[in-house]
Every structure is written in structure tokens, then in C-alpha cells.
Design a protein around this ligand. Structure first.
Ligand SMILES: [Zn+2]
Length: 129
């Protein structure tokens, strides 16, 4: 029994030490790099797109789409404006909810055209999917 609990403790220890490599291993950059655009990993299970100096991660659900906006260093940003036009229909405004912009997706929605405003720059335009 003593041997079994030792093995379990070792497994837990390995798990803890392995975590940073799993978290940063897929970032697409050197794990020690701290410069802009050194991290292009999707953090919320979605698709990451880079537009101008910003990163947009879109996470599609059955009836909604989440947008996580971040800067060149992947620091989360709240957009000044966010609207999505599905299949050429009038645009729907996103709703800001705890670090992400959420928009309801029509059940028959095929494509969404995002227009995201940040600061003084031009609108970030993104066709989805
Ligand atoms: Zn980038």
C-alpha cells in the first residue's frame, strides 16, 4: 500500500510540473519570449485570427459566437464596438459579458461578418467562418 501511495504522489508531481509545458507548448513561439506576437495559441477552444495588431479568437456554439479580443501581447481588450451581420442581414450588436463579446447566432446562420472597433484604429473586419 505504501508503494501505491508513493506512485500516486509521483504522478501528481509530474502532472504539476508538466502543466506549464502543456499550457505554453502550443503557443507557436518560444516559451520565454515576451515580445509582441509571440503567442498565437487559441485559449478558449476556438480559432485565433490576427488582424492588424490585434488577435481575435472566435468560439462558435450552437446558438451563439463568443469573441475574445486581445492586443499584440495577448492582453484582453474590450472592443469599443462589435457587431455581426449574418448572411448579409442587418448587423446584430455583440453583448459584452465577462471578458468576451457574445452575439446570438441565427439557427440557419451560415456566415457572419464581424466589424469590431478598437480605439482610434480602423474597424477590424472579419468574415466567419
Ligand atoms: Zn500576432
Amino acid at each position: 500500500m505504501k508503494g501505491a501511495s508513493y506512485a500516486a504522489a509521483v504522478a501528481v508531481g509530474l502532472g504539476l510540473f508538466a502543466t506549464p509545458f502543456l499550457r505554453y507548448g502550443f503557443g507557436g513561439g518560444h516559451s520565454h519570449a515576451a515580445g509582441p506576437h509571440s503567442d498565437h495559441g487559441a485559449r478558449h477552444g476556438g480559432h485565433l485570427v490576427m488582424l492588424h495588431d490585434y488577435h481575435l479568437e472566435l468560439v462558435e456554439h450552437r446558438d451563439s459566437i463568443e469573441l475574445y479580443l486581445s492586443d499584440a501581447f495577448r492582453r484582453p481588450l474590450r472592443p469599443d464596438s462589435c457587431a455581426v451581420a449574418f448572411d448579409g442581414r442587418p448587423a446584430t450588436s455583440c453583448e459584452w459579458r465577462s471578458h468576451r463579446s457574445i452575439v446570438p447566432k441565427p439557427i440557419d446562420g451560415q456566415t457572419g461578418l464581424y466589424q469590431v472597433g478598437v480605439g482610434e484604429g480602423p474597424l477590424l473586419t472579419l468574415q466567419f467562418p
